[in-house]
Design a protein. Structure first.
Length: 118
């Protein structure tokens, strides 16, 4: 059974930092491209960042570039999202996801809430 379990969300003030983790089981993590997405209230889910299976190539959406960093530890089957300089508009439920080929992510976690107060 495939499981993606996010953790690390919470309430933080503007300018603060959080580190999200996503522990993965039930699939060959080292062969998966991993991504982070988020969904704010009343909005569609949006892409945040992704990392290739080797942890060499990353990409992120413009709104988080320079503030968020995605990384992974294939020995621990875990992907991370370091979020710095948080803004109220970063408030959302954050989801991790896994895919083995383009374009769709086939496996999703349950999400973790991030709330940034102004």
């Amino acid at each position: 059974q495939v499981q993606l379990v996010e953790s690390g969300g919470g309430l933080v003030q503007t300018g603060g930092s959080l580190r999200l983790s996503c522990a993965v089981s039930g699939l060959t993590f080292s062969r998966a491209t991993m991504g982070w997405f988020r969904q704010a209230p009343g909005k569609e889910r949006e892409f945040v960042a992704a990392i290739d299976r080797n942890g060499i190539t990353t990409e992120s959406t413009d709104s988080v570039a320079g503030r968020f960093t995605i990384s992974r530890d294939n020995a621990k089957d875990t992907v991370y999202l370091q979020m710095n300089s948080l803004k109220p508009e970063d408030t959302a439920v954050y989801y991790c996801a896994a895919r083995f080929g383009p374009p769709q992510y086939a496996f999703w976690g349950q999400g973790t809430q991030v709330t940034v107060s102004s």
